[in-house]
Design a protein around this ligand. Structure first.
Ligand code: SF4
Ligand code: SF4
Length: 165
């Protein structure tokens, strides 16, 4: 299992061509079959990786938050929603998506979320490999491959399972 983030970044660059070919390869495989493999590999790999020793998603991503979550997070920060929005949130131009703009996340302490029980849904849901239609989200999966050891290992094991390499 590869958990070294530097190595993952390096291998991701090295495997750019291979990953392009793999994208083409999985187009020939039914969606349901890919989902079943990814879901089972995700369970297997997640059990072997300790997120509290990584925390990389919380250091480099900007998770989207709902209006209800902004209320919760403002309370946690003991500030008003207006102040919280001004200081810690941004909105994608031309989009209604609001997200936590600071990197690393303001709620990260070491490698651990200090508001774990109250973290936004998108954080709890990350890296989203348990959802269906993985093939349709391939670009986002491969973005996460470069930064999340769970995704990286799932994809590498998927290549072996499908006898791609
Ligand atoms: S979800 Fe991935 S990037 Fe986030 S802490 Fe766990 S292994 Fe690291
Ligand atoms: S709220 Fe918690 S889980 Fe979400 S990015 Fe921040 S530290 Fe990570």
């Amino acid at each position: 299992m590869q958990i070294n983030l530097e190595e993952i970044r390096r291998i991701s660059i090295e495997k750019e061509k291979e990953n392009q070919d793999f994208k083409t390869f999985i187009k020939t495989i039914p969606i349901k079959e890919i989902d079943e493999h990814v879901h089972s590999l995700n369970e297997e790999v997640s059990k072997q990786i300790d997120c509290t020793k990584c925390g990389n998603c919380c250091k480099v991503l900007e998770p989207p938050v709902t209006a209800e979550e902004v209320q919760v997070l403002s309370d946690v920060k003991n500030t008003t929603e207006e102040e919280f929005t001004q200081n810690y949130l941004a909105t994608e131009p031309g989009s209604a998506i609001t997200y936590l703009k600071k990197q690393p996340c303001i709620f990260l302490e070491g490698n651990v979320c200090s508001i774990y029980q109250k973290r936004p849904f998108s954080c709890a849901d990350y890296p989203h490999l348990h959802h269906p239609h993985i093939k349709y989200r391939w670009r986002s999966v491969m973005t996460n491959y470069k930064l999340c050891p769970i995704v990286f290992n799932v994809i590498e094991l998927l290549k072996s399972r499908l006898k791609f390499k």
